[in-house]
Design a protein around this ligand. Structure first.
Ligand SMILES: [Zn+2]
Length: 459
């Protein structure tokens, strides 16, 4: 009889397409070797008691801002990956809006070197797709995929990375299509945003987080952009993926594009459909641009339906730390301030709370957080699922534990959460990556440099 490295016993394991099942997980090396009925004879060097716990795949998150290099006063690969490990994220893909931006192969290789030494979780990188001549070289060098920002303005919306011109976007999409890698886009009609901004100021509205949030989340700014992107996808065949997909009209357009067989997917990040106007009033810029979507019943109904029916393919974090000093500028000068919030520390819990409240099935939650992003990045079934042969990337969750979130005990370098005073249900008690525990009871056990780079997989 073989001796396994680890046995996770007594838990309810998530089995894809089936749900929770009383099973023990047998792990050897970095992978799941077998799922067996409790009591099945098997020797293991170490047993982890999972009684009362759910055993779920670790989150594959496609939207991280590690801020490294260039903005490491906000975050770096070590702190971002620690927050991720605590929150149940085992693989993250981060974004190119750093300094220097990853719009050249040299900058990309330098970034990989920095991350290789620091990340405690597995990671990939979306390089900037702004430089057409670099696209083929990026693919050859192992880039996970590409990111385009249609939005421009103050950091983090770096004007050097913004592309609004449709002809240029088409050329970029055609180049990316040849690589077989995905193209993520922050959809945004910058010109409409600037016009609505001018109208808001002309109406005497102050340039603060409230006015900014109201203008920035305007349904049509996002929907017009998504309409354009879907048209450019049909001309180019690129694997188009839109982030921040929270406008109802955008979701209807994406549904129709999928029904026509277009290669379009999308993600939404929890802050848009969770943070309320009450949060914005209490927390000011920390909750920006949240609140306006949650007040719109029709928009919210479309988001929840889209999460359930597969129109939305994945929930991403948009882990986007800024210091509280930087966020404070949103009180008076929001158009020149940094906007975004750290998310990783409680990433699984926000969606598990939706499961506890009956807003989402556990099956759909796991698909949105782990299975679908694993397919999107070409990692499935190595990651995103617990099957024999899969990497042992998993979390143990106490589904009944509740907590009131505070700014205490966070791993993000900036030390705050936009969910302050929220009560969450469902707490990650342990996180395992490739067979090693990297977090237990919110204590980090993972070592800097344990994380491995995940190269792009052409599809
Ligand atoms: Zn982002």
């Amino acid at each position: 009889m073989p001796t396994y490295k680890t046995r996770i016993s007594g838990g309810s394991v998530y089995v894809p397409g089936h749900g929770l099942s009383s099973l023990d997980v047998l792990i050897d090396g970095e992978v799941v070797q077998a799922l067996v009925r409790p009591g099945t004879e098997a020797e293991a060097m170490e047993t982890i008691d999972a009684t009362g716990r759910w055993v779920l795949p670790g989150i594959i998150d496609t939207h991280a801002h590690t801020r490294e290099p260039g903005y490491t006063h906000k975050e770096d690969f070590f702190t971002a990956s620690q927050a991720a490990a605590a929150g149940g994220v085992t693989t993250m893909f981060d974004m190119p809006n750093v300094e220097p931006p990853t719009d050249t192969v040299d900058a990309y290789l330098e970034k990989r070197e920095l991350a290789d030494a620091k990340s405690i979780i597995d990671w990939g990188h979306w390089v900037a797709g702004t430089n057409e001549k670099e696209i083929a070289k990026f693919a050859a060098a192992g880039a996970s995929g590409f990111k385009i920002f249609q939005v421009s303005g103050a950091y983090p919306h770096d004007p050097r990375l913004a592309v609004n011109d449709e002809g240029r976007l088409l050329r970029i999409f055609r180049e990316i299509e040849k690589t077989g890698l995905p193209c993520l886009v922050h959809p945004f009609d910058q010109s409409m945003f600037e016009q609505l901004t001018a109208e808001a100021f002309a109406a005497g509205k102050p340039p603060n987080y409230f006015t900014f949030g109201e203008v920035y989340t305007t349904e049509q700014i996002w929907a017009v952009a998504v309409n354009t992107l879907i048209s450019l996808q049909s001309l180019s065949g690129v694997r188009l993926h839109t982030v921040h997909t929270h406008s109802a009209a955008s979701l209807h357009l994406i549904r129709a594009a999928k029904d026509r067989g277009q290669r379009v997917s999308c993600a939404v990040d929890p802050k848009y459909y969770h943070l309320t106007l009450d949060d914005l009033a209490k927390q000011k810029g920390r909750a920006c641009p949240g609140g306006f979507i949650t007040e719109d019943a029709e928009r919210m109904a479309t988001i929840w339906k889209s999460l359930s029916d597969g129109t939305i393919d994945m929930i991403d974090a948009d882990h986007a730390p800024h210091t509280l000093e930087e966020i404070a500028l949103l009180d008076t000068d929001a158009w020149n301030a940094a906007m975004g919030s750290p998310q990783y520390d409680w990433q699984y819990s926000i969606t598990l709370s939706d499961v506890a409240a009956g807003r989402l099935s556990l099956r759909r939650a796991v698909e949105l957080l782990a299975e679908e992003p694993a397919r999107f990045t070409g990692l499935y079934p190595k990651k995103g699922v617990l099957l024999p042969g899969s990497d042992a990337d998993l979390v143990l969750v106490d589904p009944n534990e509740t907590r009131v979130l505070t700014d205490d005990g966070l791993y993000t370098k900036v030390g705050w959460t936009p969910y302050r005073d929220w009560t969450i249900t469902g707490v990650v008690k342990a996180t395992m990556l490739r067979g090693e525990l990297i977090a237990r009871d919110r204590e980090i056990l993972g070592k800097a440099g344990y994380g491995q780079y995940v190269s792009g997989v052409p599809q």
